[in-house]
Design a binder for this molecule. Sequence first.
Ligand code: NCD
Ligand code: ZN
Length: 374
Amino acid sequence: MLKLPGLIDPHVHLREPGATHKEDYDSGTCAALAGGFTIVLAMPNTTPPIFDSTTLDLALNAAKQKARCDFGQYIGAGPNNADVSASLAGKAAGLKMYLDSTFGELRLDDMTLWRPHFESYPKAYPLVAHSESRTMAAAILFAAIYDRPIHIAHVSLKEEILLIKAAKEKGIKVTCEVCPHHLFLTAPSPLTPLPQREGNHAANPPAPLGRRAGDEGRREVRPRLATQADVDALWQNMDVIDCFATDHAPHTLEEKDSDNPPPGFPGLETALPLLLTAVDAGRLTIDDVVAKMYKNPKKIFNLPEQPETWIEVDEKAEYEIKAETQFTRCGWTPFEGWQVKGKVRKVVLRGQTAFEDGQILVHAGYGKNVREQE
Ligand code: NCD
Ligand code: ZN
């Protein structure tokens, strides 16, 4: 049995308020515990979006009643809320800036709208940017100009990881996260036949996702799945990656298989098993996992110590990923049928056994806001 610290996921979508048929603070934090996470930071692209004191309280009140693991709630950067969000920084997980389009309404197109946020959000708290490709270069330039740290969400491309490497070498205060789905899946080329799902294994090089016609919706995610060369660049630059974050973005199967599928994959319950399988295959070390899922996020996101908190993992347990055993409400996983090695057996959170052998053992409301310290 392997004992690890409680894991931190700095990027999840718990869909509360507004879309609790996909997930809520209860189901999402059950999924977190089952995946070995004891802190999750929830994104603000809800309905309504979290962008001021009233909407932040709406999410935090739901969280307080329902969360089973510890949590933080991001506030979203809008066209007119730089002062308000800066004044709420002590209550929020951080400020999320949507600089490229994705699911939800929060988006800052014009760069004149970026400046007030870079200037006002307190430097002690994280500013997280959804910025892809050239937008990422612009966001990193803003961080350099305003001399403040920036955390880049879900890096997926070779050009992006190389840019971040170069920016770090210049001393710019940039950190980044990569999602398991961008490490284990590639976009299928329309010209090559899709492989059998049975061939997929987290220990092997990544395989295109999916195999049947008509399931394109299940491959929709932002940033999109990339090429083999992009995936290889992420693995080759493992030392540039500060955190693994799931970007747990649940949508129901009905929504994913509809004519207008929303982008996003669930990820809380598959991240650690996939990464431990890669450790078993010699592609990563356990120290990488602990650094990128505990030490680095704790520091970057300015998170408190969780006393008497750890997880126990059976490194030898081999099994098949199945959506039907998951706690997430969305009812599917892009890794259905994958063989993995490494199972979360037990999670102890602040002295209480919160999860053991598939059972959640703490009540809704046990989770604490990471920004509310006694
Ligand atoms: C996310 C969602 O569904 O909220 N979707 C996604 O594809 N990642 C939004 C996001 O993180 O960009
Ligand atoms: Zn996201």
